[in-house]
Write a protein that binds this ligand. Structure first.
Ligand SMILES: [Mg+2]
Length: 258
């Protein structure tokens, strides 16, 4: 192949993935509010400064992730379990009912799009096929997608139980696409970015104002060459172009060196 010039495609990105919670619509705010309400109920039984209620709840939730999966239903069951344990089984049925109501409210919160996201998704959808990859309760996620009014922009929607290397590999296999031609956009470095760039893909991190402790844990280098960061949805279309240029350049370089 020496000396033979192969024209690289203008763009090497062929599929753009979007995360749902805290990327397209607000989510973490409702979980934080639920935690505050939970703390207030448990606080009528125990001294909150001693009990470290929210840390205890987090430990129960993480322990239960592999059983209940992600989402508000799992959180509700973990809240009930934590409330019973933290109060030494003294919590009343009436208060347990209030805990269940917290879960119900979290599942039924209105879907509020992140400002500017619709325009950004529309702009990117005019240039690339999109896939929505979101995790959590199937029923809740489907309901949020329907309420968001964005479903028509996503020809493919994947609701998955975990967002790890295996999950993304399976999605890419279904699209018959190498990871190097896939770009994922999301607020979680742990779930949206690290498992994609870890197998050769690209990521645009768009941080949300708050991150669940569990999602904040990752071992991704902050200056990874295939990770871009933007502050607002308005910056997304340009960032996608920048990724596409870099991906095309890398393809060209790769071919030259082949
Ligand atoms: Mg998210």
């Amino acid at each position: 192949m020496t000396g033979q010039r192969i024209e690289a495609p203008e763009s090497s990105i062929e599929l753009v993935g979007f995360d749902g919670d805290d990327t397209l619509w607000r989510s973490e705010d409702y979980y934080r509010a639920a935690e505050r309400d939970f703390e207030a109920i448990v606080g009528t039984y125990v001294d909150l400064s001693d009990a470290d209620t929210l840390r205890y709840l987090l430990a129960v939730e993480r322990r239960n992730l592999r059983v209940f999966g992600y989402g508000a239903k799992g959180m509700t069951l973990s809240m009930i379990e934590a409330a019973i344990e933290l109060t030494g089984q003294r919590i009343s049925a009436a208060d347990l009912q209030r805990v269940i109501e917290i879960g119900r409210a979290t599942l039924q919160h209105p879907v509020e799009l992140i400002e500017g996201i619709r325009a950004a998704v529309e702009a990117i959808a005019s240039r690339y096929p999109l896939v929505l990859i979101t995790k959590g309760d199937l029923f809740h996620q489907e309901s949020k997608i329907a309420q968001s009014g964005l479903a028509d922009l996503f020809p493919r929607i994947e609701v998955v139980s975990e967002k790890d290397v295996a999950t993304y590999a399976k999605v890419l296999q279904e699209f018959d696409l190498p990871a190097s031609r896939f770009l994922m956009i999301g607020n979680s470095l742990r779930s949206d970015i690290a498992p994609v760039v870890g197998q050769g893909g690209w990521g645009i991190h768009i941080p949300y104002s708050m991150t669940w402790v569990h999602e904040a844990e990752h071992d991704l280098s902050p200056d990874h060459p295939r990770v871009f960061t933007v502050e607002t949805p308005a910056e997304l279309p340009q960032a996608v172009s920048a990724v596409a240029e870099n991906a095309a350049e890398m393809t060209k370089t790769g071919l030259k060196h082949a």
